[in-house]
Design a protein around this ligand. Structure first.
Ligand code: HEM
Length: 440
């Protein structure tokens, strides 16, 4: 629904508390209960003023549908996401808008075909096995750290596909981590010694790295994502320039890394808290063959992944900026305003997800299919034209890792343990999820 359907006078003006910052801070600690409180106090679209910027939190699935499907192109991604990560990830797909975005997405799509997935899977499996092999000797294992390291190593193989000495690998990984961290810097200017400044240096290092290896990739090709971007050609015959390849590579590494790590940490956490589900998952993986079709066809793992994503959505909130006066759920949104859709919050709505805090992968099984209750019931991967392009890649990688993990180890947490989630930026367990890990 937009302002062209309802006149501006008929629309409600969003309300909110006088000072936004204390609420923003509380939302980081209590994202569900405090959002419930704000929604009950001020309505379906609320206004928070923080450091001179007005944010509109838009609750519920109808608002999510209006904003993400964005039928009238009222909302833009670029100005919204650039505010948080622009200097480090500029010209990444998620930061482009409208026709330019579609043009790039069509070319990028060619690196995510079914055939490409099979090739990425073949590249990653030996590295998953050797990576997991080393877990047995890790003292005081913390699942979040282990997944992070494994995902970084896999990214070098499946994304970059360049043979590097260990020191060079570490340098690239370090630059990449610095670029990712920079987005959460409190000081948002190039002040020496701050994460922001380190992020800017890291961006330059990553650009230099990809430009150095690009000519060989264009010449020799390969099964990795970097080579696929070099050769990707849309149905209309369009290809990426060198600059495009570099910008997309840096963004893709970022988009894939923390999201996959958090997903797997959430799966490991819930499978440790609900050991009966870990046993079921192990039995299913033991019965499953090692080939691509069997691993990707493991429906129980798919349901466990979705339920873990529902309970802890790695991208907790998706921002947009209104490019003209418009409306969400009958509330006036003025041109230039920030709006945000929160899958993390919406996925706990008891109207669609009964007993929402309970881990129950069968919600996603027939006949319940709670994810079919609304077009946007499950939007951990977003929706509309910006819906995650790496969704299938993530599914393949996560399933390939859990297939091997469940067959190699069992893990547990002490009775009564609850993971301390940090929600300042993307969610992660502050204690990195310590577990008792036993080789089978
Ligand atoms: C479980 C893991 C993942 C989750 C939960 C996730 C989530 C998301 C979400 C919510 C968006 C939409 C953001 C918005 O609309 O503002 C998105 C976009 C995107 N994701 Fe993912 N993602 C995951 C893994 C990946 C992977 C593995 C890749 C790459 C291989 C990737 C690449 C991208 C890209 C390029 C976009 C931008 C798409 C566009 O704007 O057209 N993601 N992701």
């Amino acid at each position: 629904m937009t302002a062209t359907v309802q006149t501006t006078e008929e629309l409600r003006t969003p309300r909110g508390p006088l000072f936004g910052l204390p609420h923003l801070l509380r939302l980081r600690r209590q994202p569900i209960s405090h959002n419930d409180f704000l929604r009950a106090s001020y309505g379906e679209v609320i206004k928070l003023n923080v450091f001179g910027t007005t944010l509109h939190a838009c609750y519920g699935l109808d608002a999510a549908e209006q904003i993400l499907i964005n039928r009238n192109r009222d909302f833009a991604n670029g100005p919204a996401w650039s505010h948080f990560i622009g200097p480090f990830f500029h010209r990444g797909l998620m930061l482009l808008d409208f026709d330019e975005h579609l043009h790039h997405r069509r070319i990028l799509q060619m690196a995510f075909t079914n055939d490409a997935m099979r090739r990425y899977h073949a590249v990653m499996v030996p590295h998953i096995r050797s990576g997991l092999e080393q877990w047995a000797s890790v003292p005081n294992p913390r699942m979040h750290e282990l997944f992070k390291a494994l995902t970084l190593d896999l990214a070098l193989e499946t994304f970059v596909g360049v043979d590097l000495p260990r020191a060079e690998q570490d340098r690239v990984n370090k630059a990449f981590i610095a670029a990712v961290r920079a987005g959460t810097s409190i000081v948002r200017r190039n002040v020496p010694g701050t994460p922001w400044a380190r992020g800017l240096t890291a961006r330059k290092e990553l650009e230099a790295f990809f430009y150095e290896h690009l000519p060989a990739k264009r010449r020799d090709g390969g099964d990795d994502l970097f080579a696929q971007l070099c050769i990707a050609t849309s149905e209309d015959g369009d290809v990426f320039s060198d600059e495009d390849v570099v910008n997309h590579m840096i963004f893709l590494l970022m988009a894939a890394h923390d999201t996959s790590t958090i997903t797997m940490s959430s799966m490991a956490y819930h499978l440790a808290r609900y050991p009966e589900w870990q046993e079921k998952a192990r039995a299913a993986s033991m019965e499953t063959g090692d080939d691509y079709d069997s691993v990707v066809g493991n429906e129980l793992l798919e349901r466990i992944m979705k339920e873990s994503l529902r309970l802890c959505s790695p991208v907790p909130s998706m921002p947009r900026v209104a490019v003209r006066d418009t409306a969400v759920n009958g509330y006036l949104i003025k041109e230039g305003s920030f709006v945000a859709v929160s899958p993390f919050y919406n996925h706990h709505d008891p109207q669609y997800w009964p007993d929402p805090t309970h881990f129950d992968p069968d919600r996603f099984a027939e006949p319940r299919r709670e994810d079919h209750g609304h077009r946007m019931a499950f939007h951990a991967f977003g929706g509309g034209v910006h819906k995650c392009i790496g969704m299938y890649f993530a599914g393949v990688q996560v399933r390939a890792i859990f297939h091997e993990l469940l067959r190699t180890y069992s893990w547990s947490v002490p009775a009564g343990y609850t993971w301390p989630l940090d929600l300042v930026a993307l969610p992660f367990p502050r204690d990195r999820l310590p577990v008792t890990l036993e080789r089978l």
